[in-house]
Structures are given as structure tokens and as C-alpha cells.
Design a protein around this ligand. Structure first.
Ligand code: TRP
Ligand code: SF4
Length: 404
């Protein structure tokens, strides 16, 4: 097995109900690709929704159901990826609590989204304990699966950074064991002579010369080891860096290289701007929305030349059209050679074509709510198994496994 296949991907989304093209291009397409390369866990962060919408939780169940249908419709395949719901894996909450014991308040207060969101959502009272803990709950979500990659947007990178710091602190505090070095040496031998030698070489190069390439190579080597126990792997990861056991590996953010999906008004597509095309919008509605969307305001009459740079339709062409079509648009717009309705045609067709298979799948899942529930239950089951494994270890190293 390659190291990539060993790596686990985890990502979550707050239940916002039906999703739109912005979610599709920004996140879901990426998930769909990742599921073929990695072991993926995708979950609905329903507790996170409560941190800001605690006053009206009754809307959450429906929003969860609709969102999962949209994930499936977009091509998240339950045969390759696990889909689950945060609150169905209560281990996240226990872990969040334990992590809260070792997390300095300042780390949370300094997360940029904390003050930003409080400012932005002024109408809500976000001076709560839960809201401050939002990113730490997210850290628990990630670390409980020992995920190595977390696909997120730019706005979430700080949360993954915090997660890395928390993992480091946890490992530092609880990753000590008696006779660590000897045990690491023993573990090394279990990899076989050749691998042990390689590992030792990389370790020296990293520790003596700070060779980051060697560090990476050694990590990849360890990821690929089939014959050593989990405990030995943690020892070897820790020994590599000169510390103790690495119980919680540090995750990396996987920035979505998404095409920026514009909304119908040229701003970012977002529910709060009311400029969306939802994934389950009827073809008639899609057509109507695109036909009526604004264009360059300088093109009052058909004979007035325009400037694609001032037109939201152009941004759609940037997402959907090839070089030829784009050249046709630019030329036709600047010279008033084409009309705006004409210009919108290829965009309308491309959006309809993109949505067709998505909507067909959505219809199938809508017709089988029982199937959707089963898929979610299976995902929750698998997630709980993984989460329990980590928690058993966490309780052990935190001396919480005692009998009274
Ligand atoms: N905070 C994320 C968002 O708003 C959702 C989320 C919760 C998440 N837990 C996570 C994302 C863990 C990645 C990993 O989009
Ligand atoms: Fe926009 Fe196309 Fe009209 Fe130019 S021709 S203003 S790019 S819709």
C-alpha cells in the first residue's frame, strides 16, 4: 500500500440545508476526487451549527438530511467515502472536553474567526463558551480520526493550524513512556534490516542537519510499514523528531484549488446574498435566473459595446467555457457583435448539463429516504469504530483507564 492510500482525509460541513453551485465548485468536486485517492470521512458538523444557531435547533434535522442528499447527488460515493453525523459519534465531545483541559485560553481567543464572526453576526449573542470552543471542537473532530489531510477553504486554515498546536501539546504532555528510546530501537528492528537502516539514515539527516526532505522520506517510509504495530509506529514517528510518542499526528490543510464560483450578481455565491443557483434548482428556474442576471451596465442597447471585465456573466464563462467560447465572448462583447442573451446561452447550457446528472442522482436518493438513513448509519458506525480506537488510547495515556 502506498503512503497516499494510508493517509486519511477528514472534512466537515455545517448543515446549511440545500447546497448550491458555490459548494459544488468550492468543496464537493474536490471531495469527490479525493475519495478515490484516500480513505475519506465526510461529516455533518451539527454541533458546530449549534455554536451559532443555538436558539433554533429545530431546523437542523431537515437541513442535515437535505445536505447529505446533495453530497450524494454531487457524487460523494458511500462505497468509497464514509458519511456520518458528528452528534452520532459522542466520542468527539469527550475528546473536546479532554483537549479543553490542555488548551490555553489565549490560543482560542487569538483564532481570527473568533472576533471576525462575532463582529459579522452582531445580531446573535456569540459571547458563549461554546462559540469560543468552536475551533477546538473542530480539532477534536480531526484528531480523533488521526486524519493527515483536511480539505478546507482559506477561512479554515487557522483552525487546522490550531489543531496542529493542540496535537503537539498533547503529544508533549502525554507522549512520555518509560524506556522510550529502547523501545523505539526495538521497533526499528521490526521493520527489517534494510528499512531500519534507511530510517536511521533519515533520522540522522533530519536531527543533525535539519534535512526536511529526509524527515518527509522517513515519514513516508513509516506510513508504508505493514508489519509494525500502531504503538511502534507512534514511537518511531516520535523518535524521528527527537521527542516522545506521537499519539496524535499533526494534520495538514489541503487547500481547495477551487475556481472561485461567482454568484448571479458577481459577488461570491452565498445564501446570504441571495445570488445562488442551488443544485436542485429546476432547469426552468436555472434558465430564468441566468437570463435575468445583470450584465455590464454600459450595454443599455444591443448596439452599445461592453466590457467583460465589468460583467458577472463573464465570470461564469471563466468557470464554464473553453478558450474558443471565451474568445467569441470577448470579441463579441467589445464590438457589440453579440447580444447578452446570446452570450449567456453557452453558460446556461453548461450549467444545465452539469446539473443534469446531479439532479438525477438527487431524485433517486429523495425517493429512498430509508437508503439515505442506512448509508448515514453505516458511516456513523465506521466513524465510531475509528473514534473509539483513538479514545481508548487517549484515556490510557491520560491515566483515565483506572478501576475504582
Ligand atoms: N468549521 C468548518 C466550516 O465551517 C466545518 C468543520 C467542523 C470542519 N469540523 C471540521 C471542517 C473538521 C474540517 C474538519 O466549514
Ligand atoms: Fe456580459 Fe456577454 Fe453581455 Fe458582454 S456580451 S456584457 S460579457 S453578457
Amino acid at each position: 500500500m502506498s503512503s497516499a492510500a494510508n493517509a486519511r482525509v477528514l472534512s466537515g460541513m455545517r448543515p446549511t440545508g440545500r447546497l448550491h453551485l458555490g459548494h459544488y465548485h468550492g468543496v464537493l468536486k474536490n471531495w469527490v476526487e479525493l475519495q478515490h485517492e484516500y480513505e475519506c470521512f465526510f461529516f455533518v458538523a451539527d454541533w458546530h451549527a449549534l455554536t451559532t444557531h443555538y436558539e433554533d435547533p429545530s431546523l437542523i434535522p431537515q437541513a442535515v438530511h437535505e445536505m447529505v442528499i446533495d453530497w450524494l447527488a454531487a457524487g460523494v460515493d458511500p462505497a468509497s467515502a464514509r458519511i456520518f453525523i458528528q452528534s452520532q459519534v459522542p466520542e468527539h465531545a469527550e475528546f473536546h472536553l479532554l483537549l479543553s483541559m490542555i488548551t490555553p485560553l489565549g490560543w482560542l481567543e487569538r483564532v481570527p474567526s473568533y472576533k471576525d464572526q462575532q463582529e459579522k453576526l452582531k445580531e446573535r449573542d456569540l459571547s458563549t463558551y461554546g462559540f469560543l470552543g468552536y475551533p477546538l471542537l473542530q480539532s477534536a473532530d480531526i484528531l480523533i480520526y488521526k486524519a493527515s489531510l483536511v480539505p478546507v477553504g482559506e477561512d479554515q486554515v487557522a483552525h487546522v493550524e490550531l489543531t496542529r498546536e493542540v496535537a503537539r501539546r498533547f503529544n508533549h504532555l502525554f507522549g512520555r513512556e518509560v524506556g522510550f528510546e529502547g523501545r523505539a530501537e526495538e521497533a526499528m528492528k521490526k521493520m527489517g534490516k534494510k528499512n531500519a537502516k534507511l530510517y536511521e539514515g533519515y533520522r540522522k539527516a533530519y536531527q543533525e542537519q535539519g534535512d526536511m526532505g529526509a524527515l518527509e522520506a522517513a515519514r513516508a517510509l513509516l506510513e508504508g510499514q505493514q508489519n509494525i504495530t500502531l504503538g511502534d509506529r507512534e514511537r518511531l514517528f516520535g523518535y524521528l523528531e527527537g521527542g516522545g510518542l506521537i499519539i496524535l499526528p499533526e494534520p495538514r490543510p489541503l487547500l481547495t484549488k477551487a475556481a472561485k464560483m461567482p454568484g448571479l450578481d458577481g459577488q461570491k455565491m452565498s445564501k446570504s446574498y441571495n445570488n445562488c443557483i442551488s443544485l436542485r434548482e429546476t432547469p426552468d428556474e436555472v434558465e430564468r435566473k441566468l437570463r435575468t442576471m445583470p450584465t455590464d451596465t454600459n450595454r443599455v442597447r444591443r448596439t452599445d459595446p461592453g466590457d467583460p471585465g465589468r460583467c458577472p456573466v463573464w465570470q461564469f464563462h471563466e468557470v464554464y467555457s473553453d478558450v474558443q467560447v471565451k474568445a467569441w465572448v470577448r470579441e463579441g462583447c467589445i464590438t457589440a457583435g453579440i447580444g447578452c442573451i446570446e452570450c449567456k446561452r453557452p453558460v446556461i447550457d453548461a450549467v444545465l448539463q452539469e446539473l443534469k446528472p446531479i439532479q438525477e442522482r438527487a431524485a433517486e436518493y429523495e425517493a429512498q429516504p430509508e437508503l439515505v438513513r442506512n448509508l448515514i448509519n453505516e458511516g456513523c458506525e465506521a466513524a465510531r469504530d475509528a473514534a473509539r480506537e483513538t479514545m481508548a488510547e487517549v484515556r490510557r495515556v491520560m491515566s483515565l483507564e483506572y478501576k475504582v
